[in-house]
Design a protein around this ligand. Structure first.
Ligand code: CP3
Length: 341
């Protein structure tokens, strides 16, 4: 695996072209996903290792991407801790028992390995199917982002209740974040033991925080997680929306790769990071709605900008939207795979 394009780029080694994978590459934009999804709930799909493997393999087989990502969700840690999680079409994730008081936080469990064993089982099945052809990325949600779902009871536009907890009862917020961080370290180490080749930490909603709050309530726990990983030769990718602002702080936690949103010039931000930290992402996912000529031009523009730089992985600044045409995603992968620095 050390010789795969993806792992080489993640460790900032020279590659002949950028490797490609995309967040939410196994999802609703594919009719083959719906063919499976129509028979199961989303959580049933995650919890059945054979089905999770089938879905993980869709973009490997149909798109020819350079890395697979485990089919699961960032909220399974919250569920394992005691959250009553469901996903409803058109509503998104819901925790029916939101975590808002000291008693709620005290009731959350932190020894949850058994409850997440299905993820280790899925990783083993996926690795058999991949048979060494490309690396498998494992992942977990960052404590702040997972906390926001537990506290709000689902998705939120303004994170009002979560921020109230941070601001009015910071000790309680720290208790909750520390519990999630503990579970997350164990969970990612379990994924590493089960055989993933890289891990990504998703702090999707960090952009909602001020610099001070990000430092106190997010950065600190991501640092704790990354320091606690049995990294061996496993690259660690740190993703947040808002990375164009927070990247210099994110670099302090010593990830191998920082995933960058689309609000900055990628080369400019890479030059501001310490040597040896690779970058991933930066293409606005909306480009994949556009005409093929635009898709090609924008990918080439990004690649020309990064020419001569080691340590660049193609990805979107955020996940693929469900109504992006499959054909456009496939075309983008072809354009990327034909490119040479
Ligand atoms: C915030 C977040 C979640 N989940 C995740 C994040 C972080 C990444 C990001 O910022 O997008 C991460 C995630 N979710 C999923 C993956 C699988 C791997 C992949 O293909 O990227 C990963 C890595 C599958 C999924 N996770 C989910 C789906 C859709 C499930 C369905 O078929 O209904 C998939 C394929 C559900 C989910 N899960 C979550 C939400 C908000 C939703 C609903 C989304 C919506 O309705 O638009 C929480």
């Amino acid at each position: 695996m050390r010789d795969s394009l993806f792992i080489k780029a993640a460790f900032s080694d020279k590659t002949e072209r950028p490797p490609v994978w995309m967040m939410r590459q196994a999802g609703r934009f594919m009719k083959e996903y719906w063919e499976i999804k129509n028979n199961y709930s989303f959580l049933e799909m995650c919890k059945n290792p054979e089905i999770a493997a089938d879905v993980t393999m869709l973009p490997v087989d149909l798109l020819g991407i350079d890395a697979a990502i485990l089919f699961s969700d960032i909220l399974v840690t919250g569920e394992a801790m005691g959250g009553d999680l469901s996903f409803t079409q058109g509503v998104g994730p819901k925790f029916a028992n939101p975590v808002r008081t000291k008693a709620d936080i005290d009731a959350l469990q932190t020894e949850v390995g058994d409850k997440l064993q299905y993820v280790a089982d899925a990783i083993k099945v996926i690795q058999q199917r991949l048979n060494g052809c490309i690396p498998l990325i494992g992942f977990a949600g960052a404590p702040f982002t997972v906390m926001s779902y537990l506290v709000e009871g689902g998705s939120s536009k303004d994170f009002k209740l979560t921020k109230l907890l941070l601001h009015n009862e910071p000790e309680l917020a720290h208790q909750l974040l520390a519990k999630i961080a503990k579970v997350t370290v164990d969970y990612l180490n379990m994924q590493i033991d089960a055989g993933v080749n890289a891990v990504q930490i998703f702090d999707s909603w960090a952009q909602a925080l001020s610099w001070d709050d990000y430092t106190e309530f997010s950065h600190r726990y991501i640092n704790e997680i990354i320091s606690g990983l049995n990294r061996k030769d496993i690259p660690v990718i740190s993703f947040c929306k808002g990375s164009s602002v927070f990247a210099p702080l994110m670099a302090e936690t010593k990830p191998d790769v920082i995933s960058i949103d689309w609000n900055v010039d990628l080369l400019d931000i890479k030059k501001r990071l310490p040597q040896g930290i690779a970058v991933q992402g930066n293409l606005d996912p909306h480009i994949l709605y556009a005409d093929k000529k635009v898709i090609k031009d924008r990918i080439h523009r990004l690649f020309e900008r990064m020419r001569g730089e080691n340590g660049f992985i193609f990805n979107l600044g955020h996940g693929i939207m469900p109504d992006i045409p499959f054909d456009n995603v496939k075309y983008a992968v072809e354009v990327i795979k034909e490119f040479r620095y």
